[in-house]
Design a protein around this ligand. Sequence first.
Ligand code: XIL
Length: 341
Amino acid sequence: YCQLSRLAIAAGKRYFGSATDNPELSDSPYVAQLGNTADFNQITEGNSMKWDATEPSRGTFTFANGDVVANLARSKGQLLRGHNCVWHSQLPGWVTAGNFNNATLLSIVQNHCNTLVSHYRGQMCQLYFTSLEPMITNSPSDVTVHVTTDSWDVVNEPFNDDGTFRQSVFFQTTGTAYIATALRAAHDADPNTKLYINDFNIEGTGAKSTGMANLVRSLKDQGVPIDGIGVQAHLIVGAVPSTLRQNLQNFANLGVEVAITELDIRMTLPATQALLAQQQRDYQTVIAACKAVSACVGVTVWDYTDKYSWVPGTFSGQGAACPWDANLAKKPAYQGIVNGW
Ligand code: XIL
């Protein structure tokens, strides 16, 4: 019973989940654990719904890889988080600063978000319903339940670390207008999915978190649909911000839900017993912060195993960031998550 998504649900959360990516899905032991719904009742596709994957040339949409992940999640009754509609990174070459004027780029953003979110609309709704079923005992099979669907990271990483807006192609051309355009387009496509703005280095209080709070407050004041703030939480062993819980509560006080969307806690390699023990405590701290804030709806790890973590390829000399090791064995971090819930 002490498994990760069961404990999350017992703590009143919607889910505990993992990111995954298409190249990993030929690894059957990996897929078997990914589909263990006692640990993971939610999946985020790590790359296959990004702009370069879904609209490689203007107006031509390809959903094949995203559909593979969505179908896998559906087959297991897991929730799906869409990731993402608008981001400065992993853009196709045709989305380049200077190529489009303000009005044209806004219409491109509108069309991209609307088409993407529309494609996955029915699926997310069905997924949530199915994921609840095993949790409900004696549920009559003919009952119709209207439940919350799951979520989209509509806007990803709009801020610099000092809380100013990132000079993405979107910001350079439209200012902040692209953010409301993206959110409205996603809302039009699926009024039931939760619409998030997601970023990193907004785990603790500080300038970047203040920037995020100001943005969300101003969007709400303007009546722009916004449901949640995604806190990525790509963290470092021994350096979990002490203000994490307070910061999640500050976000929640804006009237939105919050989620830990991309959790991993990296260390300088090689992993030692002492580092793995500290990592266990750090995972526990993060989970306990989400547990303590009622508006924190769930936690997703950015893949569950060191075998497929993005960390070593991005942060030189660092790794071992996930709760399972590269042989798919549970690390002390797993127990940290259990203890945190
Ligand atoms: C990462 C993927 O995991 C990698 O496979 C890819 O090469 C780069 O992107 N923040 C995000 C994610 O929002 O989309 C990123 O995912 C990790 C950082």
